[in-house]
Design a protein. Sequence first.
Length: 269
Amino acid sequence: MAESAIGGSAGRTSHEEVGLRFEVDGEIATITLDRPDRRNAQTFATWSALAHIGETLPQQVRVVVVRGEGPSFSAGMDLRMFTPEGIPGQESLADFALLGESAFEQRIAQAQQGFLWLRRPDIVSVAAVQGHAIGAGFQLALACDLRVLADDAKLCMKEPALGLVPDLTGTKPLVDLVGPSRAIEICLTARVVGAREAAVIGLAELVVAPEDLAGAVGDLTAALLTADRDAATATKRLLQGARNRTLEEQSAAERREQVARVKALFAGS
Ligand code: ACO
């Protein structure tokens, strides 16, 4: 089990203080959004903590499970950020609006760091989603490589309805998974995508009964860990690059990865 703190040496904040739990069990790390009384609403502190977990992830970890405590995976950005008072100790959206454009973009980039590392080739990230995954919650699920949904899951990209764009790295995986037309429809209508539809349109690998969610994620995690570690990393890297390469380029990438694999397998023999 591991627990660490975020921030510099001064004013360190534990993950628990920002509503996160972080546990490591061998090759599996579990990040739990743990503010069920607020339906796991997220703040800038949440995103800093997620980024810190990524930066300090123990080297042995191969699978990262992202889950939420309580009835909802995450109700998205904490709506107090919209209020003039904001969240005690944190800047509100009104404060950000006063920043210069590049300083504001820098703040968003920091928040995005909490999501981007979940695509690292050396890990596989799995979102376990029950109940609502709204806005930032939906984007956190999209930041993961795989999504296992309870059949009560409700996905909703609510940002445009609130005058915002989805900016927590969710637009690319959404378009990659469902195509631009369906993504436009889902985002601009801010409608709820249920679990069954999510599976049909490619947003979920698996849909199970809510009581089976943890077990299904455990089974999937165990199956993912059966692959050779270095081969899994190389294969994920290969697959991630495939969409942006031609067939010839991808074939060349396969050759490069395979040469490295076979040389590593037979090194010293
Ligand atoms: N921010 C802050 N507090 C929240 C949020 C949120 N995003 N979502 C829920 N809460 C709080 C509620 O205010 C309530 O607090 P209270 O007990 O002090 O009154 C508590 O969590 C429980 O919420 P309920 O609405 O009672 O829970 P319910 O299960 O009925 O509904 C649901 C859950 C559907 C998620 C609902 O809370 C909701 O619609 N929340 C807002 C979702 C939203 O608009 N998010 C912003 C998306 S945009 C973005 O993420 C950038």
